[in-house]
Design a protein. Structure first.
Length: 342
């Protein structure tokens, strides 16, 4: 279902296709586009989480769910938690490719203006939960070529992450670092990014589609998988960083659009230091996207949910005139609290 692009080690894009607020303060800094956004800093740790408001908003985003699955029962987050006090609206992509997502498709200023335009739309559509911007950068990309170590993945230069981080500061946005591990593992890749994950504004994403070590098939030929054990390792690692560096909670995005992309979901552990989002990552018609969300995300509750919108694949490749409207996304049960545009 995903629109896949890979970067070769020489940074040439190879296209492959196959079946993704801190409420404690009401003060937000302004940015050059004239819209407020909520940046989380270490100062947030000094404040206490409003549990009554947290409960109220968790019921709100459950959106009238009657299955008993939502809201998920779990520990209250540490102070400075972003969710559910904000809805994150993220632009996804890679700076080496115009085909992997909107983040790398347009010049910086055009891209940032477009993102802030989407943030305004989401804030207007839901007056209860404020929308805030994020840049979601693919820092490790799956490859069609095994490379020297046979891992079928390419690690982006750190200077690219630095660039995205500097762009995010211009609009007071969050940053997500995303990894596609190929034949590598989260255990090998996550620790290499600690200096960025130690920053209070930087969060993380993992993509089971491109985790293929257990299947032994190169990226783009089959859909990969993560088990709860992989997700727990990543969440545990992030929780340790939060404690080590005295940070507000980290957000962990897990992409998903098939049953087997995430196994043993019921064994995923929740932490006060980490907020986990299962992101419906598939493209297609609104009906197909709703069906995928209702099949593999809503019935297997972890903590929060996300929803991906494709500017091109949801329209050009699906025969649709427009992407699924915001009003329709907000009707989903539960409401996605993380929105990603590719």
């Amino acid at each position: 279902m995903r629109f896949l692009s890979f970067l070769s080690v020489s940074s040439v894009c190879i296209l492959l296709a196959c079946n993704a607020n801190t409420q404690q303060s009401n003060t937000h800094s302004s940015n050059k586009f004239g819209t407020d956004s909520a940046a989380v800093t270490k100062a947030s740790v000094l404040k206490t989480v409003d549990t009554a408001q947290y409960n109220k908003l968790m019921r709100y985003i459950s959106n009238g769910d009657t299955t008993g699955r939502w809201p998920v029962k779990g520990p209250y987050p540490n102070a400075g938690a972003i969710l559910p006090f904000n809805r994150i609206v993220a632009y996804y992509g890679n700076l080496f490719s115009k085909r992997m997502g909107v983040l790398g498709e347009y010049p910086k200023q055009v891209m940032l203006q477009k993102l802030m335009g989407e943030v305004k739309k989401w804030s207007a559509a839901d007056s209860v939960i404020k929308a805030i911007p994020a840049l979601h950068y693919i820092a490790i990309t799956a490859q069609g070529d095994p490379g020297k170590d046979g891992k079928y993945r390419y690690r982006m230069p750190f200077k690219q992450i630095d660039t995205v981080n500097s762009w995010a500061k211009e609009i007071n946005a969050l940053v997500f670092i995303d990894i596609q591990v190929g034949f590598s593992t989260v255990q090998d890749e996550v620790p290499l990014l600690e200096k960025y994950l130690a920053m209070p504004n930087v969060h993380f994403g993992i993509d089971p589609e491109f985790a293929l070590a257990t299947k032994g098939k190169k990226p783009g030929t089959v859909i990969g998988t993560y088990d709860a054990a992989d997700i727990n390792y990543t969440a545990d690692y992030l929780a340790k960083l939060v404690k080590k560096y005295n940070l507000p909670p980290k957000i962990l995005i897990v992409h998903r659009f098939t049953k087997d992309m995430v196994t043993n979901y019921q064994n995923i552990k929740l932490h006060p230091e980490v907020q986990i989002v299962m992101d419906m990552d598939g493209w297609g018609s609104p009906a197909k996207k709703r069906d995928t969300y209702r099949s593999w995300v809503a019935p297997q509750p972890v903590q929060f949910t996300g929803f991906k919108l494709f500017y091109k694949n949801d329209t050009q490749r699906s025969g649709q005139k427009e992407m699924m409207p915001i009003s329709e996304v907000l009707k989903l049960k539960p409401q996605p609290i993380y929105i990603q545009y590719q």
